[in-house]
Design a protein around this ligand. Sequence first.
Ligand code: FCB
Length: 784
Amino acid sequence: MRTALFPEGFVWGVSTSAFQIEGATDRDGRGPSIWDAFAGGEYGDPACDHYARHPEDVRLMQDLGIAAYRFSVSWPRVLPEGHGRVNGPGLDFYDRLVDELLEAGIAPYATLYHWDLPQALQDGGGWTSRDTARHFADYARVVYDRVGDRVDTWFTFNEPWVAAFLGHGSGVHAPGLRSAADAFVSAHHMLLAHGLGLEALRAQGAAKAGVVLNLSPVLTPAQLGDMSAGIPDEDAAAVARIDALHNRQFLEPLLRGRYPAELLPLIERTAGLGHIRDGDLDAIGRPVDLLGVNYYTPIAVQAQPSAPADPAFPGSEGVLFCSVPTAVTAMGWPIMPSGLSLLLRRLSEEYPETELMITENGADFEDVVTGDGIHDVDRISFVEEHLRALRTSIDEGARVRGYLLWSLLDCVEWADGYRRKFGIVHVDFTTQRRLLKDSALWYRDVVKRNGLGAERPKRPTLETVAARARVSRATVSRVVNGEARVSPDVRATVLRAVQELGYVPNAAARSLVTRRTDSVALVLSVPRHGGEALTSAVVQYVTSVLEGAGKQITLMLADTPESHRRIIRHVEARQVDGVVLVPPDGPDTLTERLARTGVPVVLLGKPAIASLVPHVDVDNAGGAREAALHLLDRGRRRIGVICGPLDLVAVQDRLAGHLATLHENGLRPVIAPAGLDGESGAAAARELLSGGQDLDALFATSDELAIGAMRAAREEGLRVPEDLAVVGFGDIHAASCTTPALTTVRVPVADQALALARLLLSRLDGRHTSSVVLPTRLVVRATT
Ligand code: FCB
């Protein structure tokens, strides 16, 4: 590992927010907030009891060498009714906090709105009411009056997207409303409140003020695997729409004083434009000194015509939010440090004048509290990898002034309550005891060094435990696997060592006892009819996902009876933990023979004979049905079908789906069987076109056949699509290069390979698994 030091003066800090840590929700005159109501008393108080324990928390930060502390001010603590009467004791609290921070040498960074709107304002319409923006500016003034002389940096809002769209669109956050119109209106009023608040702060002399956004690069699943991959044409609109809703809806008004042009029609359709008044965007677009960036994870989407809108993204009909098989945090958020670099590159290119600060980044992982601490290596790696990405971005010229880790303390994670652990300091919520996790100690070193050292954090291993307990590795393994063959004394000694070292047993410990080999066979039947792209994707993705999960891959070719026997022997001898099988075309005995070994097997494609072995397939029948409906929709009624080779299950399914749809619509198809290649497609087309049926469309069960058919049609003097529409199946590369470009049904090649790898991993974990059928998608091009 390289060292990675940061520029001189780089600010290292931590972030928290009022509702998540303060507790004391009814102490000293604080009014209720929308989050108190939403939580219904389940969380929020005592939280971390920071209201009483802030001196201890400030000392903790001081010990860690923290330079800046971003906290939020609770609006209802300062103005219990949201406006009007000021609550002196509430302000006193922040006054004390700021002084303590300064005494500890920590710069106070204050956020004015981190989602805890006074309930009284909600009762008057909350963010759907324009008055709330005005009240916010007054509130900003009141807080500045009291602590403005000592607060280093101001942030008006934290993540208005979340507050507007999760609070008013999907309703998973307070105030729990589900109205797309309210979400857009609220978002605008928050932006306006920011503008008016900023003006108020500046008028009173605030030197540094900005706003914090949650930003995520929006990518296709393929890009998540390979950032250099381009965005396919048919996904471009989906990516752009989600980017506009999530990122540009806020970036553009704040930094350019305008809404993204493509978003306005959607806002107008949903909420009208009456709430956006003359002059609003001037106020919103006043220059900020600093843009706070909260980055946790990217968003992955692709076009999927049938997908309904996600209520958090009004207008997202036809967009599929994809999950991706990368490592995730306990929140289920994919871990992608390169997403941060991507985001920072974009911000630096599009808004080069804006100074940036990472105002939140961190991870929820389950922690194990042991006798000698909390060894949260996963959290450390998460932060370390993001810091490396950040360092690279700074090298590339991104103007990032600091990094504030989320979070100092384990705290209330909004609707998830106490079960999320984002802190570098553990909090025991019954005793309120704070305990530094390894990540806190590690971060202290980062801060001291102004960057990363060359060493990776050390995870206690089986060997460490064995050495401490003075027993063999196998004995440790037996104990952690609960085997009976260990004396009670030895067991007690080993368990003590496990506890003391904070050892978390891993696959290595299990494999010593269960003799897991941690290798997996990838068996490829060759030759196969066509489908090279799929086979190569399987090799590429299955290998990378399984290797990522710590498995070794043994690639085995199944091409002769002798090779089949060798594979079976290998699996019977338990040389592998599992098998991914790309079965031969047509009749196959390998699948069942492998299944009988008892080793988990997963299969690519639906097998010819029904089998208990789970498989991954694509919806061939559904895709062919969509193709048929599309031709009907284009007014075609005399449809010829070219299909082959008929011994392939996928081809049978495509034919069945297509024919059923034609029958349902009272049409009688004309069918010509074909083989594999373009030549046989051309021959089948000639046969169909000379049959005197005056066909106006051809559907072929593969692109190769369709491309051959187009050639035959041209030779017959027919124009595509005027005289004859043509649809293929597969969306091979050549399909988009034909003239005219071929309409076809896309088979999700990479997804299939990824699903196959995932299916095997869950079988290896002993989880119940059933087969997976992935959707196909019609890609409409010029031939129809
Ligand atoms: C961000 C919030 C913060 C915390 C983290 C995990 O969206 O700003 O309060 O909940 O996520």
